[in-house]
Design a protein around this ligand. Structure first.
Ligand SMILES: NC(=O)c1ccc[n+]([C@@H]2O[C@H](COP(=O)([O-])OP(=O)(O)OC[C@H]3O[C@@H](n4cnc5c(N)ncnc54)[C@H](OP(=O)(O)O)[C@@H]3O)[C@@H](O)[C@H]2O)c1
Length: 327
């Protein structure tokens, strides 16, 4: 795997730093819309090749995989272009705004004999595997509650009338797809589909969801998942069973670095994961791409499609409408 990157935000810094822990030569080229910025970004990360033109990136022999970390509305067209040039694609979350878009990307990947996958750090973490192996300790689950309330550094500008990408319907932003997606992913990975589902959102001055709460009814237990960019609260993801409680400090995003299981206030078990932020997912992607493991990638993609179907339903139910919804 030899990766070219799109985007110069902080997540790409993390991605490159994590990739270099696995193989210093994994990232071979970076793209930015301006050559000056591309050069500065490449120099910062000690990468030899930089471009300001996507076609050059997509046709380069130095690259077989494109990591896309652009604003959400560009995920679908950029991924489509990369796949049609015969490149594998690692796509930041959310993969698309609509199920039909991601299904189409999967079809195009298959037709071009390349792979596409969603970058959801938590789904590849060691601690997720650890948690799954300990779920029996909890007994019957009764309540799950999650909070990812992170006051956005861009919210002040938004309140002052500006529209940063993450609060822009045209860029397919909003709190649901930006951060509550992590809570939703973990719920669906651990418990599958709920019997009923709702999304109650606080909408800002341009109709975007600045915060909101997903309510899920699994019959024998209930869940509430909060994602907020307009206020702050203690992060966490807590699974309460009749026998014990699992607490993911820091919540459902990233590597879920510490999980503890307690029963009647006594620690039963715990796990730490202190590795480089995105290491596990990049290792998984490298292994899948190097061995052309379509079976594993298809399993990841079925999960991506399922989560996307809930994101799309929730967003539309809350009245958050993107321009692509009219297409
Ligand atoms: N996995 C994670 O933990 C994680 C964390 C944060 C973000 N993300 C995802 O990563 C993606 C990028 O997030 P971000 O916060 O970095 O987004 P962003 O700052 O809005 O944009 C990312 C990059 O895209 C380019 N860009 C910005 N505005 C653009 C526009 N109007 N048209 C074309 N290109 C534009 C910029 O790069 P250039 O100026 O260099 O072209 C910018 O660095 C999102 O999909 C987000 O969901 C994932």
């Amino acid at each position: 795997m030899r990766i070219g990157t799109i985007g110069t935000g902080s997540i790409v810094d993390l991605f490159i730093d994590s990739a270099k822990q696995i193989d210093p030569n994994l990232i071979t080229m970076v793209y930015s819309r301006t050559l000056e910025k591309a050069k500065a970004f490449a120099q910062k990360h000690d990468i030899d090749h930089y471009v300001d033109d996507l076609t050059t990136l997509f046709t380069s022999d130095l690259v077989d995989t494109i990591y896309i970390a652009s604003p959400n509305s560009l995920h679908y067209p950029q991924a489509l272009d990369a796949l049609n040039h015969g490149k594998h694609v690692i796509l930041e979350k959310p993969v698309a705004a609509k199920v039909e878009q991601y299904q189409h990307l999967m079809d195009v990947a298959k037709a071009n004999d390349v792979l596409i996958m969603e970058a959801i750090t938590s789904m590849h973490s060691y601690n997720l595997k650890w948690l799954k192996s300990k779920m029996d300790l909890l007994g019957n689950i009764r309540i799950v509650h999650a909070n990812f309330s992170q006051y956005s550094s861009k919210y002040d500008a938004y309140r002052n009338g500006m529209i940063p990408n993450v609060f822009n319907p045209s860029m397919e932003g909003g709190a649901l797809v930006d951060i509550n997606i992590y809570n939703l992913y973990l719920m669906i990975e651990l418990f599958g589909q709920p019997k009923s589902f709702d999304y109650l959102a606080n909408l800002g001055h341009n109709g975007i969801d600045t915060s909101g709460m997903i309510i899920m009814d699994y019959g024998s237990f209930k869940a509430s998942l909060i994602g907020a960019k307009d206020c702050a609260g203690p992060y966490g993801f807590t699974i309460e069973g009749e026998k014990a409680t699992a607490i993911i400090d820091g919540g459902s995003s990233g590597r879920m670095h510490h999980i503890s299981i307690t029963s009647r206030n006594t620690l039963v078990d715990e796990s730490y994961q202190d590795d480089y932020h995105m290491r596990y997912e990049i290792e998984d992607f490298k292994s899948a791409i190097d061995s052309h493991d379509t079976t594993t990638v298809d399993q990841w993609n079925q999960r991506s499609l399922l989560v996307l179907s809930y994101l799309e339903k929730a967003r539309k139910h809350a009245g958050v409408i993107y321009p692509c919804d009219a297409e």
